[in-house]
Design a binder for this molecule. Structure first.
Ligand code: HEC
Length: 460
């Protein structure tokens, strides 16, 4: 069943960026920006971690080459206490000989490993992590083919990455629900919970760093942070997986993803008054786990304003029609007008729903120059949306081209909307200096959604 998109709703959400509260924040240091992963591919660089380079000596019963791959590519989630929705520890030879967890009990864990590293539909590691290289895959497959035997070796390998890297500024604001949320013991595998946080400030501030606060790592699978122009309940409530089309995505985190630090020149403004934030938390494998969680986001804000306000614009499209049983790609062009003089793009948060396969955004200098990649995510996964630092200057006359590809296995056409059966094609781009919203006769004419609303699209 298809819900059509409510244009009144979209035009009513003028507030791409509004306002927030608090105390002192330290500025980012040079080290902070150096540590931002330098990628525009949408793939998290598995080696870009605080713990990378830390080598540890272990005897796990596994041959050292297999142990090395499991440590760096699997154990962030499949450690001895699995987290972020994974169930099976993949640390020792014993772990791999056990029967699989829950419904997988008819197979041994190493057999599941063999399947999942080769499974294009449900790959391990999951998106947005890069797949194993062919060498890594061959190493594991060879070991399994020769009997998955144990090894007495003591190995010195890189330690697994341990969670999100800390912000280089001092967080002074915490966005959390008013109380912890307890998982429903017999609930669905995937549970989505939303809540709002209103922040009041007497004087304008800039948000310069944002990091996820992952509370119960056993069950939290991903966190999205939005801004909106209306207050949303601070009590955690079960919500639609897709949130609301009136919410602007600012940042997102999935296991292996990172925080968001703004370039030195800009901050998301917190005008004096109230800013409305909304968080959505996705719990995975929650039917087999119990427990409660109070995850959120923490922000560094400062009264020492930076030269520019930052904001968010959605490139992509709000008009498309995905045919049944098809892989469908649209290419949408939006020409930048004179307000984009001196604008820089610094973050990309791609957003589609479950049919989403890939997304890319390019800049065509002058409108017809050679396309330059701004951002590309070849393996989009609804289950693992995150934000990715980018660094691109744009100019008036440039065309910003966004491609979205979906795979629709169903028998019905799918269009734009916020419902379960609908799709989206938004690349939320963080940029500065912010372009003020405009109104004509009291009606908003330039808001965060304008670039996707007025893009011209062709089917590829
Ligand atoms: C970013 C976190 C993450 C990483 C890294 C990761 N996995 Fe997983 N894995 C999951 C989640 C979440 C599930 C449960 C959902 C599913 O089955 O897709 C899972 C499920 C599995 C399962 C099924 C058993 C279970 O625990 O539910 C296997 C087998 C598996 N992963 C193997 C691997 C292997 C092998 C690697 C490394 C090459 C890897 N995974 C890396 C998150 C991760």
């Amino acid at each position: 069943m298809k819900r059509t998109f409510d244009t009144a709703l979209i035009t009513s959400c003028v507030a791409a960026v509004a306002a927030v509260a608090c105390t002192l924040a330290e500025p980012l240091d040079a080290e902070g920006s150096k540590r931002r992963p330098n990628t525009n591919t949408g793939e998290v660089n598995a080696n870009d971690t605080d713990t990378s380079g830390t080598r540890i000596e272990t005897a796990t019963g596994l041959p050292c080459d297999v142990d090395a791959i499991l440590k760096t590519r699997c154990q962030t989630c499949h450690g001895s206490e699995p987290q972020f929705g994974a169930s099976a520890p993949l640390v020792t030879w014993d772990d791999l000989q056990k029967p699989g967890p829950g419904a997988y009990a008819n197979k041994k864990v190493y057999e599941l490993v063999k399947e999942r590293i080769a499974d294009d539909a449900r790959p391990m590691p999951p998106s947005p992590q890069p797949r194993l290289t062919s060498d890594e895959r061959a190493t594991i497959e060879k070991w399994i083919a020769s009997g998955a035997e144990s090894s007495p070796a003591t190995c010195t390998n890189e330690a697994p990455k341990d969670g999100v890297k800390p912000l280089s500024c001092k967080p002074d604001q915490v966005l959390k629900a008013s109380r912890p949320y307890s998982l429903k013991p017999d609930g669905p595998t995937d549970q989505y919970v939303c809540f709002g946080v209103d922040v009041n400030v007497p004087k304008k501030r800039h948000v310069i760093g944002l990091a996820p606060l992952v509370d119960n790592k056993q069950i939290v699978h991903h966190i999205l942070l939005f801004r909106t122009n209306k207050a949303v309940s601070p009590e955690p409530f079960e919500c639609d997986a897709f949130g609301s089309a009136a919410w602007t995505l600012v940042a997102g985190w999935a296991p292996g993803g990172d925080n968001l630090e703004l370039p030195k020149e800009a901050g998301f403004p917190e005008e004096a008054g109230t800013t409305h934030w909304v968080l959505q938390i996705h719990y995975n494998n929650s039917n087999t786990k119990t427990g409660s969680d109070q995850s959120g986001y923490e922000l560094c804000t400062t009264e020492d304003l930076r030269p520019h306000d930052a904001s968010v614009l959605a490139f992509g499209s709000t008009k498309f029609d995905i045919p049944p049983r098809a892989t469908h790609t649209i290419r949408c062009d939006y020409r930048l007008d004179k307000r984009f003089e001196g604008v820089k793009f610094f973050n990309a948060s791609p957003h589609m729903h479950v049919l989403g396969q890939s997304m890319s955004t390019e800049r065509l200098p002058g409108g017809n120059g050679t396309p330059e990649t701004i951002f590309e995510q070849k393996n989009f996964s609804f289950e693992a949306q995150a934000n990715y630092p980018i660094d691109k200057s744009v100019a008036p006359g440039d065309v910003i081209r966004t491609r979205c590809t979906w795979k629709n296995p169903g028998d019905t056409r799918v269009g734009f909307g916020e419902g379960t059966g609908d799709e989206m094609c938004f690349n939320f781009i963080g940029y500065y200096p912010a372009i003020p919203d405009r109104t004509i006769l009291g009606l908003p004419v330039f808001t965060w959604v304008t670039p996707s609303h007025s893009a011209s699209c062709t089917v590829e």
